[in-house]
Design a protein around this ligand. Structure first.
Ligand code: KG4
Ligand code: ZN
Length: 349
């Protein structure tokens, strides 16, 4: 079965083609991506209306490219999958509208996918896919959650952020250090030249005894520190900015690491999956790898280029849901998107 996947929830247009049989891990045949980062950079963040318009421009050329790369024709596609939510409503509507139009024109069914389930299952696209059950640390721009995952569509949330997400903490801290958008990669690059112990920043909820997170206070502490540093922050002869970046990253990484270890301990599971954009962070990977190696825990990540948004994870999630029999395709072509959509709403009732 050939599944075309379309991602358009935020600032990347992604399209992919996955082949799936009744058993075995589905295989990625081709994928293509257009990032809108350059377009939004001038505004310091994502402008939803511009995002939607750009998805409209990109989605069909990317689809042609994917089909050409895979050496397949559009008529061979069996199911058209798209990101149904969560995300920006207008942006989601583009992918959903195109998927439903393609489905109706080809007389093929469609399937709406949860964006976070796409991230969660993206390590199955790697050469070393995980096995169920596992603990998942889902760290994206809008979400920070620890989950127990027992199978496709069987997600128990163990803890989550009560305010900002980890990606937001990276992005907002980077913005107030003048590092632009998206801040995570820029902040982590600069952090490589700084001293992570230079500034004492809070580790929110580190000892709360539960698996919840809070990052809003950290951003305030970074702002206070940046104000204290004043001109020094932008003095090319000073390491202050790199030190602040390194200290911020160290605070975020320590909280994510300790809470992930606590989740592994409380569930007794020996496998950890890290997914979402922040999962691309080198320091987080290094620290998780070192700590998990000591505990005999296997850590799985998506391939680096599939950590952030892409179409491959959407086609893959659709393939795995169909294979597991937890969702049926639809010929209703009613593209009702869900800008807000909790992941555990997918669980069977
Ligand atoms: O998963 P994603 O592409 O989009 C959402 O679904 O939100 O995640 C984007 C987030 C942004 O906050 C971005 O700054 C962060 O992932 N990010 C990183 C790195 N690469 C992306 N944060 C820290 N270090 C990185 N290397
Ligand atoms: Zn995402």
């Amino acid at each position: 079965m050939l599944i075309l996947g379309i991602e358009s929830s935020c600032d990347e247009t992604g399209v992919a083609l996955v082949a799936s049989a009744s058993t075995g891990v589905p295989v990625l045949l081709a994928h293509a991506l257009h990032s809108q980062i350059e377009m939004h950079q001038a505004y310091g963040g994502v402008v939803p209306e511009l995002a939607s318009r750009d998805h409209i421009r990109r989605v069909l050329p990317l689809t042609d490219q994917v089909l050409a790369d895979a050496g397949r024709a559009l008529a061979e596609v069996d199911v058209v999958a798209y990101t149904r939510g969560p995300g920006l409503a207008g942006a989601l509507l583009v992918g959903a509208g195109v998927a439903c139009a393609l489905g109706a024109a080809l007389d093929r069914p469609v399937l709406g996918v949860h964006h976070l389930e796409g991230h969660l299952l993206s390590p199955f696209l790697s050469a070393d896919p995980p096995e169920f059950p596992f603990v998942a640390l889902l760290v994206s721009g809008g979400h920070t959650q620890l989950m127990r995952v027992d199978g496709v569509g069987r997600y128990a949330i163990l803890g989550e952020t009560i305010d900002d997400a980890a990606g937001e903490a990276f992005d907002k801290s980077a913005k107030l250090m003048g590092l632009g958008y998206p801040g995570g990669p820029a902040l982590s690059r600069l952090a490589g030249q700084g001293n992570p112990a230079a500034f004492k920043l809070p580790r929110p909820l580190l000892h709360s005894g539960d698996l919840d997170f809070s990052f809003a206070g950290l951003k305030t502490a970074v702002l206070t520190q940046a104000k204290k540093l004043g001109d020094q922050l932008n003095d090319p002869g000073s390491t202050a900015k790199a030190d602040l970046a390194a200290s911020t990253q160290a605070a975020i990484v320590e909280v994510l690491l300790k809470k992930s270890l606590a989740a592994l301990k409380s569930t007794g599971l020996k496998r950890l999956v890290v997914a979402g954009g922040v999962g691309a962070n080198r320091e987080l990977r290094d620290q998780l790898n070192a700590a998990c190696a000591k505990l005999g825990v296997r850590v799985h990540y998506p391939e680096l280029h599939l950590c952030t948004d892409n179409g491959a994870m959407i086609a893959m999630a659709a393939a795995m849901r169909l294979q597991a029999g937890v969702q049926e395709t639809s010929r209703a072509y009613a593209f009702d998107v869900k800008p807000r959509w909790p992941l555990d709403a997918l669980n069977p009732v």
